[in-house]
Write a protein that binds this ligand. Sequence first.
Ligand code: PIF
Length: 390
Amino acid sequence: TTAMEDAGMSQTGHRSQLPCPKPETGDLSIWSIMRKNIGKDLSKVCMPVTMNEPLNTLQRLAEELEYSELLDKAAETDNPYERMALIAAFAVSGYSSTYYRAGQKPFNPLLGETYECVREDKGFSFIAEQVSHHPPISACHCKGEKWVFWQDARLKTKFWGKSMEIIPIGTVNVSIPKYNDHYTWSKVTSCIHNIMTGQRWMDHYGEKIIKNKDITCRLMFHKASYWSTRCHDVLGSVLDKDGKEVHHLFGKWHEGLWCGHPPSAKCIWRPGSMPEEYDLYYGFTRFAVELNELTPDLRTALPPTDTRFRPDQRLLEEGQVQRAQNEKVRLEQMQRMREREREEGGVVYQPRFFRRAKQEHHHDSWTFNNTYWDMRTTPGFSQTENMKLW
Ligand code: PIF
């Protein structure tokens, strides 16, 4: 280990470990929760904090940028087919962190909760906000030096008894102004297996189609099966305007993506190594460990609605399960009261940093209103009126 790592810091200058391993809590309650709520919309059920990991869905969206260097590289690649292959690698890379992560669910953010992630080392600034409570919708926007990434995420769940399917609704967007590119895609279905007993694990399957002008990339995520070696396989093609394959892509979402045909294929993405004892720390990657870190400079710059200030999530991170549970209940109650006040006053809730754009494929899409970063510097969030979420 290096001196920095010994000081609890990673090469990036961020923390390299959570303050505390995941507490042993037992898994029994999941049974009774599911049994009591059969057929119900699970997003309307209050889950115990022990089902959570100390990250929320806004931070999970930021996590999709762990391999943002693929976007940097795409933004410097003149060949549009190679550029598409790099965008495809990026769209696959976002799944790799789920390989060790099926055990817990992210916190459901409170309405109006925000999360920013400024990474000077990676050259991006990310902001996300919970824009709807029922159904839960998270919107985010991220500006790199030469690209922009944005999406709104919403999901449907299907409970099958032994497993649960998560069907994402929403569009992922990447634009690269230099080439006038606008890539769009939607996510594939995810499935949590062995939800009640045994070792939980996650799978992702279905077809993902990435579009940009007249170039398309088709990516097929194979459904894992007990007798197949094609577990976690991803196969794809970059197609020209006539549907002719220009590049062949293959790999596994937890191992990497290659372009070409073996043995001469070129690796275009491979996930980083996991931190030590990751299995004791919720299966978080190095990047995930850093997401909820609250440094002194952030403490003064962030709006009070930022997830890093959310007490129940912080308490869980510190291993104080009972206190975290009590806080979760209190915050949910406060949120219900705010909702009731709005109802009584006839006030329609307006998100602060995103606005509802046109309807897209039967669902609303959300776009950034571009006010966050200006407000952050002038007048600064200590001078603005902010929602009191906790
Ligand atoms: C509460 O959220 P929870 C409920 O929404 C509750 O209805 C509400 O009260 P209200 C509370 O204020 C909320 O805090 C419910 C639900 C929503 C998500 C993220 O956190 C899930 O208690 C993403 O839980 C799943 O959870 C991705 O959470 C998994 O939206 C990888 O939908 C679920 C259950 C998903 C189970 C996954 C199991 C994994 C082991 O009175 O205002 O309505």
